[in-house]
Design a protein. Structure first.
Length: 127
């Protein structure tokens, strides 16, 4: 082997150079405000543009329903904590209805809704 010189392929040279470079991320320009979901990536295909629009509308609606659901459940928990059985019963009915609606629309899983209703019913029975 003393007679042949050691010649590395360009691929190996590139790999070795790459390994010796630092692992720090490359500097990039700071973001000027966070882009909205639709601005982040804009599709060129009409059907995808429509799909993005539909997804955005559904996302907004789901957020509203989820927020309303949390408010109803929170109202029940407050009524149950106060010890007022009538108020807790009324709040339970509203919360259970909101959970059922959210489950029917697929915003929360039906088992999740059932478990939450069960826990609230148990809390109500203890009053």
């Amino acid at each position: 082997h003393a007679t042949t010189s050691h010649v590395m392929s360009p691929r190996l040279v590139a790999a070795r150079v790459h390994r010796t470079t630092s692992r720090r991320p490359l500097p990039c320009a700071p973001l000027r405000g966070t882009p909205t979901r639709t601005e982040a990536r804009m599709a060129n295909i009409a059907s995808q543009i429509k799909r993005n629009r539909q997804n955005e509308t559904r996302r907004d609606r789901n957020r509203q329903v989820r927020s309303k659901l949390k408010t109803e459940v929170r109202a029940f928990r407050a009524a149950a904590a106060s010890g007022d059985k009538e108020a807790a019963t009324t709040a339970y009915r509203a919360a259970a209805r909101a959970l059922d609606k959210a489950a029917s629309k697929g915003i929360v899983h039906r088992n999740t809704a059932a478990n939450r209703k069960s826990g609230m019913a148990k809390q109500l029975a203890e009053l």
